[in-house]
Design a protein around this ligand. Sequence first.
Ligand code: SF4
Ligand code: SF4
Length: 434
Amino acid sequence: MSQTPLPHLQVELDKLKACIHCGMCLPACPTYRVTGSEAESPRGRLYLMKKMLEGDLSADAVGPHLDQCLACHGCETVCPSGVQYGTVLLGTREDLAQRDTSSKRKVKRYIFKHILPNHALLVIGGALLRFYQRIGLRKLVRQFKILKPFPKLDYQERLLPDLPKRKALPTNMVFGDLNGEPVSLLTGCVMDIFYNPVHWDTVEVLVANGYRVTVPEQQCCGALAHHAGETDITRELARLNIDDILKTNPKWIVVNSAGCGSTLKEYGHLLAGDPLYETRAAEFSAKMVDVMELLAKKPLAPFRNYAMHETITYHAACHLYHVQKVKTEPIELLAQIPGIELVPLENAEACCGSAGIYNVEHPELSTEILDSKMSYVKAACQGQGATTLATGNPGCHLQLEKGIQANQLPMRVRHPISILAEAYRAPQNKDSNG
Ligand code: SF4
Ligand code: SF4
């Protein structure tokens, strides 16, 4: 790595200096809990960043510790000094990415810039994966351990959920009452391929609650690029999204993926100082809401289904709980459904180890963090009878499904909006329900 200045870290220096080294964040930090190492804690990482800025430590020495951070923001929630750790971290990652000339970075950049924003390509990839699963190839690959010589690929293959048949939401079609409050729904990339039915559930619940929903022309939100420090790509995508979405003049811009929502709400910060976009980026961020946040603003419309019986526990996605501060809304909404029993999940707001592509890049640490999470999920399932684990982020969904499978728990993972959608449907008789 060549040595160049650290402009973004320099800008965030005051935020870094707010740390009073009290250590209250240490028990809340998943990587510290697993490794016991100060260098893998929020306080330690802030110190390393400061030393790098002062020239006492090299980027090569500090970079790996920042890479191992989940960017879960769990430390911010407990910090008495209000240190905005996530902003400092992501600014520093951008600085380090810019000075990284390795081929690994070039490949990642290519994926963030040319693959993830290419939705048609993702749809084709998703269809091929589904074909691979449906014709039984996956079964053979797993049975004969064909990917064993490639442990990373094997791990990634095992992370894949059963891909649903994708039914695209038509762009610019109006759903619901023409006089309803207009909302634009963002469908994202991973969510739309892996959990596409969740979008239809989202439309159904919003329409039942009187909103007029459209799916505008849109791009990938750039969250994964931002977390990897490739924030210039995120800014490019943000400008395209702002142009496409604001022209539809929505009252609210809605998303059902916590990871996407946190970055979309950051557009105002990311484009501050951009003469053409600063104002509109701030407007965009002010209109951004997670679907649970929006539904909690007004009393829910009456449900139609009084035949639901489900014991649910709730995992709070980091980017919903710690970043967007949407903490109680999903539980409060689910609690209103007749026939639903909610049981608490201890440490519900602790990271599951998914964190964007962290589980792909750091499979061992991610698995240790997941194991810790699963000890609480197991207690909710075996001790309190939870049969559903609700969560509002596709990365957590994938990761927790893997944990449930590995622990052979009689549970399923569902997005809270899918549970609400079921409550808005007329009950089907048992035979047709299966
Ligand atoms: S809790 Fe906040 S102030 Fe205390 S060590 Fe952690 S980051 Fe610093
Ligand atoms: S963001 Fe999460 S993993 Fe990173 S230092 Fe904070 S608590 Fe630890």
